[in-house]
Each structure stands twice: as C-alpha cells, then as structure tokens.
Design a protein around this ligand. Sequence first.
Ligand code: ADP
Ligand code: MG
Length: 703
Amino acid sequence: MIVTLSTPVQYLKGVGPQRAALLEERGIASVADLLAYLPFRYEDRIRFTPIAEIVPGQFHTVLAEVGTGGGSTVRFARGRAPVFHVTVRDKSGSLHARFFHGAYLEGRLKQGQRLVLYGRAEVDPYRPGRLEMVNPEIELMSGEAPSDSTEVGRIVPVYEAIGPMRSRMLRRIIYAALSNFDGQLPDPLPEEIRKSFRFPTRREALMYAHFPPKQESLALLNSFRSPAQVRLIFEEFFYYQLALAMRRKREQRAPGIALRVREPMIRDALKRILPFKPTEAQKRVLAEIAADLEKPHPMHRLLEGDVGSGKTIVAFEAATIVIENGYQVALMAPTEILAVQHFLSARHVFDRARYQVDLLVSGQKRAEREAILARISLGQTQILVGTHALIEQKVNFERLGLVIIDEQHRFGVLERKRLIEKGASPHVLVMTATPIPRTLALTLYGDLDLSVIDQMPPGRTPVVTRWALDTELAGVWEFLRREVARGRQAFVLYPVIEESRQELKAATAEYERLAKSVFPQMRVGLLHGRLKNDEKDAVMEQFRRGQLQVLVATTVVEVGLDVPNATVMVIEHADRFGLAQLHQLRGRIGRGSEKSYCILVAPKAIQGEARERIETMVETSDGFKIAERDLKQRGPGEFFGTRQHGDAAFSFAQPLRDHELLELARREAFRLAENPGRAEEVVAQLEAASPTWQKRYQLASVG
Ligand code: ADP
Ligand code: MG
C-alpha cells in the first residue's frame, strides 16, 4: 500500500479502528500528523552496555534475557503495592530489576525472554555489592534473532505512550508508514533560508528525526540539537513568527495619530504630575513610548515590569502626552478592585493637571452612568478607567488616542481588539505585572514591541521571607502583635472564603477567631471577593487610612492595594498557592521604607512542587526568576490561564528550551516580512502544504 501525507492513520499497517480512535484523541488523524509526533528520547541499541561494565548512578541500555532459576517473582508486602522482581543476564553478568506496581509483568517475563532495559543502575540498598535498576523502561524482544530493524542495531526512537500504545508499537507504525511513503513531501520553508542554514529538506528531517542514521550523535539527538531536529524546531517558530511579523507590518503601515511630544508645554505637564524622580528604567521606557507616539502609525507596545516597579506612573505619563494633544485615554483593568485603585491614583496624580478622570464599572447607578457616558462621547472625559464595562457598545469616545490595558493575560485577544476598535487606530500600551521571560514574551506577544522596567524605585527594603510550620503559628501571631505594636499593619491571607470540606482554614471563620481570641486588642478587618463593592471599598479605605491594623483576606488583595505601612504578610496554607500568585501577593508589602516580612505557613511534610514553590519564595524576590520557575513547573498554557496563544502553536518546539532557535527564527521571519510579496508566497506554499499549519497561522493572526 502506498502511503501519502493525507492517508488516514486507520489504513496503516498495525492500526485498526480502535487504535485509530486512540490516535485521533491525540490529534493524530493523518500520516502528516503522525510524522509530527516526534520521539522525546533516543537509545543507542548498536552498542549495548555489557552488564559487567555498568557504572552505578548512570543511565544504561542493556540487552539481556530473563535468567534461570526462578528468574522472576512478584512479592506482596502487607499493605503495599506488589513489587515485581526479575534477574536478567547477558554474557558478562547478571542484573536485578525491581518494578513497583509490577504485577502486570507476571507471566510476561518468562525464562529466556530477551529484553532491552533502560534505566539508572544503583547499588541495591538491601544487598550492597549487587547492582539493580528500579522501574527501568523495558521492551520485550520478539523471536530469537533481532529480526526487526526497528528494535536493535540502530539508534532507536522512544515515543511517549498514547494510552495503551507503548513506544514500541508507535515505532513500528511510524516505521511502516515511512517505509511505504510515496515521497511527496513538500517543503515550504523558503529555499534561501534552508540553504543559508544548511538545513536538511523536510523529508530528510522527518526521516532522520524518527530513525536517525547510525553515525548521528546520541548526545545531540537527546538534547534536540541534531540537524534534523533543529530544522523542525526552527520551522515551527518560523511560521508562527512570520504570521506575527506580517500582522505587525500591516499595523505599522496603518495610519495612526502622530502626537506632538517635544514641546515645552508637554514637558511642563509631565513635570506637574510626577511626585518623584523617575528611575533610569522608567525614563528609558517613557522615551521608547514617546518615540512611538510621535510616529504617524499606531503604537503596539508591551510594558513589562515586576510588581511595584512603577509601571502605572509611566502609563500615566504616556496618558499625559496624549491628553495634552487633545485626545482621550482609556485604561482597562481586569477586576473592579484594580480599576478602582487605578481610578483613585489617576485622580490623585491628575488632580493638579485638572484632567477629567472618570470611572466606568458595572453596577453604577443609572443616572451616574448616563452622565459618564455622555461625558465620554462629548470628549469631556480625558481619562476613562474601568473594567470590561469599557468595551460595551454604549461607550463611544469622541477622540480616543490611547488604550492602556493592564494585566493583559487575563483578557482575551478579542477583548483587547474590541476596545481598540473604539478609536480610529489609537495607540496601544499593554501592561503586565507578570514578568515574562523575554523569549516567552517574543512568542506570546511577538506582534508587540517590548519595553521592560527592570529596576525598582529607590528606598525599598527587600522583603524578608520565611517558611513557618503550621505548628509554629503561636509564634507567628506573637511576631505580628509586636509589629503592630510598633505601629505597622499586617495582612493575614487564606485561600478560601468559607469553610469547605477540605481542611482549609477559611477566611471568614479565621477572621472571627483571630478578632475575638488572638488579637482582641487590635482592629481587625475582613476582605473577600463576595463582599458587595461598597463594603469592599469601605474596608480597603479603612485599611489604607490605618484604621484597621490587621486585614484578614483572600487573594482579592493580589492586585491594587497600595499601603506602604503594611509590613507583615502571613499566608496560611501557602502550599496551596501558585508561585506567581505568591509573588503577586508578597508585592503588597515592602512598599515603604520599613523592613517587611512575609511568613509562609505550611506543614513540614509538604513535598514536590509545593515545597519547591515555598523554597523559591524564601530564596528570591526576583520576579523574572520566579516567573521562569513557575513556567517550568506549569508550562506556558496554564501559566497564562489560557491556551489560545503560543503553547498550542507548537507541537515539538519549546520556547524555553529552544530560545536561541526562537530568536533566530524570529529574525529570519521579520526579515522575510520586509518583502511582503515574497512573504505572501511563502504563506501560500505553507497553506498548500499543510491544512493544520494554516490553523496555527490563523491562531497567530487573530489578535
Ligand atoms: P506597578 O504598577 O509596576 O506595580 P506602581 O506604578 O503601582 O507599580 O508603583 C508602585 C509604587 O511605587 C507606587 O506607590 C508609586 O507611587 C511608587 N513609585 C513608582 N515610581 C517611583 C519612583 N521613581 N520613585 C519613587 N516611588 C515610585
Ligand atoms: Mg500596578
């Protein structure tokens, strides 16, 4: 049977309807999809390690057979999962292997069965001097001789299992597909790029990535840097970046509003609103923004900086330039609390400039709302702050010149677009408090120019962070009492509002307990998301004014509340919070000149990622470092709470692992986009070659 790219997997040798259904669940419907399912590891099965030459602590691939004399057994220990034991041997010696939950192996590993084991060899703790492998990966060999060339005598690809389909089965299916392939495999990567990087053709790259030639370096393969893999990674990035680059070219050609920037009047206005000396980073970023605003094309810029780095004031400076030019500014925030916070600081900052600042959120009184909508459409509102309410149909600006979007990743791409469309090509400034590593910013916001505030305002003392055990709470409360006695304020945070079935302490119940019996002599307040808006505002205002000394709260304080006198933050069940969230929360303290303390309360027994999160928090307060760790733990999709971007666009490439290739691909893609005619040609070739790529391309071109 002749196989082509569009052959459904079901018709392949070794795949029937059942397996086809399993593959389809993974998005593998055609041979084209199957070929894109690349190995995650390779094994050298040309030279197996003789058992006698195994080095403890290192990974080895061993070809052996199940030994004689009661070679394998399952042992059941009381109350534990059964453990399967087997001794294998080759000409040089014998090796013991243990498999937890290994009962399924019983009967399959008969005496004399040939098998390949891959794993780390260790000295058996129960029998020093004997080597063993614990839970090695194994593959049973068929027949006497190595008849099947997919199994031994070559560098063998290892695939991630798909349900019950193990690596060996997938390897056979892919091998069969490739052996019967008819050779039509278009290569849409521009010839000039392929030549200049000496990339293999797409066909060669796919063949080699699945079944590398014998002389290929195992180390290169396993670090995803063989020529075949490099090409495949490059091309995934390249097409995505090309889509971004072309979109950006269109935007750059679009007519926009050229603003006056270098006039004394504007310099004066900027001086009037600034209550302090800007940091060097703030100055640099403002200059970048101002240069954009001067151009007759819309700005599309991402402003990135850690919590408290002073992004807001820079955004207000940009707003000042726009307003002095006679245009309106819209600032959209993801939550009402944050919108109100921005509104209050905008009113404060712009008070001396006498700008008309308005707030638009849901749930305002009707008359008030009508009045605000009227001011907006008459052009009287100079800066409008609000939530999603801003993108409602009734909101009509007279002359919208700048859109500022805070906390970008919480908004969908389409929401961003809808606000922008309320103006005639307004300038756009997107702010994010999640410090995204540069490589990832390129992937996710590749169509935006990037400005980074990488410096904190002066006069901050770094927050001291400690891990306290839940058994040490009494001491924690004592510490909090002492700080409050010195005139400071404190947050006490919980992950949930009301008592649930889980044994988490809930904010409401703890608030009552803390207020009554732990801090009876202090003024304690409660803040959580289910309070009515005016109740929330009242509580925050009391805390801001120092009328409350302790604020018991849920994560609603994550954004916005700016109280320099708050120097203590106790987070209970800290192991339940994500890393980025802990960092955002901690950003609420350390905002004044007094030393601040963040105490993470978590049980001694926490393990794994939860423990790593707490340890990371104790170790560093560098938002970029924390974001990078968080990203590694969770992957970009979950990190941003959305899968509409980046992550989903790549099946093989990984932005963090492959960042040099990402940057290379980006450079090449943006260079190609300089020549729109040629770029369109490449996209047309790409679309003809692969319908699934087209989907990805569209994904990149939506927002
Ligand atoms: P971000 O929005 O990046 O989290 P903000 O703009 O809210 O940070 O700034 C945090 C705090 O630091 C605010 O109280 C702000 O007034 C103050 N601040 C910002 N820039 C400076 C500066 N250059 N010098 C002193 N204080 C500053
Ligand atoms: Mg902020």
